[in-house]
Design a protein around this ligand. Structure first.
Ligand SMILES: [Zn+2]
Length: 297
């Protein structure tokens, strides 16, 4: 591959994949099959990243089998199920409608173009997502659950959904209700959720890409590799889920030219299997959590 083509691909791949997935999802919503088409786009992104990770890996040593494939897939499925239950319970009790009508049903700028409304939604939920993520690192009780995600010894699109279900529910509880509170339409809610899902998978992928100024606006694999570092000066940074403005405002943004270490993970024990990982936060800890004890941001 010649250098010019390589540069175009390494800068253009991330925006092209995100834009492509979003365009397909919007089309799906337009024809009345939003959820089905979103799932097709999400699976297609996973397949694309599977091959791209092998064609242009950031870290070759992360391509091998880490023995966590089944655990990663179980966490992903369990989280997806839990989110569906939350949505079903919310719908059954009319929580969203009650929020919207009683509090701020008329505040949302429904007259804006849909893309602007989605950007507004992403900005609004980022405040809660940042708070939830930073609390998960700085509050020992929540770190117990978030440690499951950070126990991964490699980054790949496969471990995008490797979160303890309590971690996922806490993150959603602190972020999504604000959209209901302001009366955001369902299509904005769906597109904000879809964007978060696509960016999440792209953030974890092991593909060698470059970003330039984009990394000051959105979360990228480069920024997130620093977040998974064992070095606290790198690891307790870049809490943003989709957007980076909270990290920039609060001084936790970290983006240096040095290559982040491939030796990622946590300094405490974590069971190898899914059920053990689900139970681990509820056990007494024999080892002090170094991620907290060595000084948080
Ligand atoms: Zn984290």
């Amino acid at each position: 591959m010649n250098n010019a083509l390589k540069t175009i691909i390494s800068y253009g791949l991330w925006p092209a994949l995100l834009a492509g997935c979003l365009a397909v999802t919007v089309f799906g919503m337009h024809i009345g099959h939003g959820i089905l088409v979103f799932n097709i786009a999400y699976l297609s992104l996973a397949v694309t990243l599977f091959f791209t990770e092998r064609l242009m890996p950031f870290e070759k040593s992360w391509l091998g089998n880490d023995g966590q494939l089944m655990a990663d897939l179980c966490h992903t499925a369990f989280n997806k199920g839990a989110v569906q239950v939350l949505i079903a319970v919310g719908a059954a009790f009319g929580i969203a409608e009650a929020f919207a009508s009683d509090v701020g049903g008329h505040l949302w700028p429904t007259h804006w173009p849909l893309a602007f409304q989605v950007v507004l939604g992403l900005v609004m939920i980022e405040i809660g997502l940042y708070a939830a993520h930073r609390l998960a690192h700085e509050w020992p009780l929540l770190w117990r659950f978030h440690a499951v995600h950070h126990s991964s010894k490699r980054l790949s699109f496969i471990n995008t959904g490797r979160f303890h279900v309590v971690d996922t529910v806490a993150s959603i509880a602190l972020s999504q209700p604000i959209l209901f509170l302001f009366g955001a339409p369902i299509e904005v809610f769906q597109l904000v959720s879809a964007t978060t899902a696509f960016i999440g998978m792209l953030t974890h992928c092991n593909v060698d890409m470059k970003f330039g100024w984009i990394a000051y606006i959105v979360n990228t694999p480069t920024l997130h590799r620093f977040h998974h570092s064992k070095k606290l000066v790198e690891g307790n940074t870049n809490y943003g889920e989709n957007l980076m403005f909270m990290d920039l405002l609060l001084g936790t943004y970290y983006n240096k030219p040095n290559r982040p270490s491939a030796n990622i993970g946590i300094n405490e024990p974590m069971p190898d299997n899914f059920l053990g990982q689900i139970a681990q936060p509820f056990r007494r800890r024999p080892v002090q959590n170094q991620n907290l004890s060595e000084g948080s941001v």
